[in-house]
Each structure stands twice: as C-alpha cells, then as structure tokens.
Design a protein around this ligand. Sequence first.
Ligand SMILES: Nc1ncnc2c1ncn2[C@@H]1O[C@H](COP(=O)(O)OP(=O)(O)OP(=O)(O)O)[C@@H](O)[C@H]1O
Ligand SMILES: [Mg+2]
Length: 292
Amino acid sequence: MLNPPPADRGPGEPGVSEPVIRVIDVRRDYPRARTSLLKATPPVHALRGVSLEVQPGERFGIVGESGCGKSTLLRIIAALDRPTSGQVVVEGTDITRLPERRLKFLRSNLQLVFQDPMSSLDPRMRVRDIIAEPLVVQGHPASGARVRELLEAVGLSADAGDRYPHQFSGGQRQRISIARALAPRPRILIADEPVSALDVSVRAQVLNLISDLVDELNLTLVFVSHDLSVIKHVCDRVAVMHAGSVVETGPTGQVYATPTHPYTRRLVSAIPTLPRALAGATTSDLLKGAAE
Ligand SMILES: Nc1ncnc2c1ncn2[C@@H]1O[C@H](COP(=O)(O)OP(=O)(O)OP(=O)(O)O)[C@@H](O)[C@H]1O
Ligand SMILES: [Mg+2]
C-alpha cells in the first residue's frame, strides 16, 4: 500500500470541515531592478490580496495567464517563499512566519511537482536515490522495496532505479518526479503546470497518472495550469487568477458553463478543447489570436 489508511495517520488529522489550506489576503511584492538613478522603481505586485480555501480531498485548480502569480502563490503555500503580508494556514497551523526548523510537518505532508522535470532532478544522482532523497533528508531512509513500490506506482520498471535522469524521456522523468513527491506519503500534492513542458504525445498519460494517484491515495491536490480545459479534466473546483488577484472561484463545471467575471468569460470563450490544449494550444495563444 502506498499510503497508510487515514486512521493510522495519528493526531493532527484535520476535521472534515476544516480546510486543509487557507490563504488569507496574501500579498507578495518583489523589488524591481532600478532603471533610473532619480526615480524609485515601484515593486512588482505579484499577489495583490489573494484569499482561498482548499478542502480535504479536494482537487483544486488555479488557472490564469503567464505572469498572473500562480507559481508565486504555490511557493508561498509551500513556505518556499514568504508573503509580504497576509496569512497561510496549512492543516490548521499558521505557517506564515514559522522558521524552517518548525516546518518539518509541511516538508513531508505537502509535496510539489514542477513543470520541468529535467531541472528539478539532479542529473548526477541515480533514480533510486532521487526518489529516496526526501526521506533521507527527514532521517527516514527509504528501503529498496519502497523505491520499487513507488516506481511501479508511476508505471516505471524496478530497474529504472539504477539509471540516471538523462536516460529517460521527458514523460518518464516527470513520472520520477511524481514518485519522489509521493515518497514521504504526503497528504497534499501541489503540481505547477506538470504537463506543459512535456511532449504532446505523453501529456494525457501523465495527467491521468496524477489523477489516478490522487484518487488512490486520497490526496488533496492543488493543480496549476494556464488552461481551463486541462483544469476541467482534473479538478473539482477552480480559482481564476488575473494580474495577482483571484477574480472568480467555483466548481469547475459551473465556472466553465456560466463564468461570471469578465476575465473568466474571455478565458472561457478562448478555451481550447482538451485535445487541442494537450496538443499545445494555450488559452493565451488563443486570446492573442482573438485580439489580432
Ligand atoms: N523572485 C522574483 N523576483 C522578482 N519578480 C518575480 C519573482 N518571482 C515572480 N516574479 C514576478 O511576479 C509575477 C508573477 O510571477 P509567477 O511566476 O508567479 O507567474 P505565473 O502565473 O506562475 O506565470 P507562468 O504561467 O509564466 O509560470 C511576474 O510578474 C514575475 O515576473
Ligand atoms: Mg508559473
């Protein structure tokens, strides 16, 4: 079994009604490089007061065009970056100002899969050590059996553990990233555009793998994409982001069928079908096309 049943998970299990993730009025400003000696350069307002809640077991999508703040928001939820103001509560703990040494629970319970598996996998490490790494970091080295179990769960053969990342295709490398993310038995999986850097032919397979594993392991999923059609395929609920703000949140089907915010309406009207999205067409491309 990849994850123990919920009863074995010990104290601290959130109640059914308590959100797993609460983001409360989060702002993040980044300083911008100075362009003039005379004038102060205003900061980039990457997040302008974002609030959202993710419920246990939910598949929560975040959609929006490039630069709207999706990755910044994920980094802040994972405490890889800190907000300029606002609050983030994960599994009932306010992580906003917790020092790294108090974030152990988050480092195992919440795992990330990034867009580009090549840059997130150390090329000098064998796959079995890559997968075991999150456990070694936490002082619980993985057994060979556990690594084989994870490889099998993501559809790779047991001997894949002996090889190096460059010996795999892009889709297989993303499977390795997923196995590594699952190694510490997380309850929350955060995926930032996990298929957009992959070959068109393998996007649907990797998307379905994530979806199946989330089901099988009862994970809470936060899934970022710039394509609402991809989000619709994977997520129950969606937050639509535009220029650092959430402009609309709701059940994915409802947002898709009856968008209320003008930006969401534009997004929906320019949406590629899932096959077109998987073939590389993006909403941004289609919005650009519509404007031309
Ligand atoms: N470390 C940083 N320093 C300065 N500016 C940053 C930093 N990280 C992000 N930004 C800026 O914040 C804004 C939001 O960036 P972010 O990467 O969160 O967008 P995104 O929605 O993930 O975009 P994409 O779809 O291209 O990945 C952008 O204007 C970006 O240039
Ligand atoms: Mg991003």
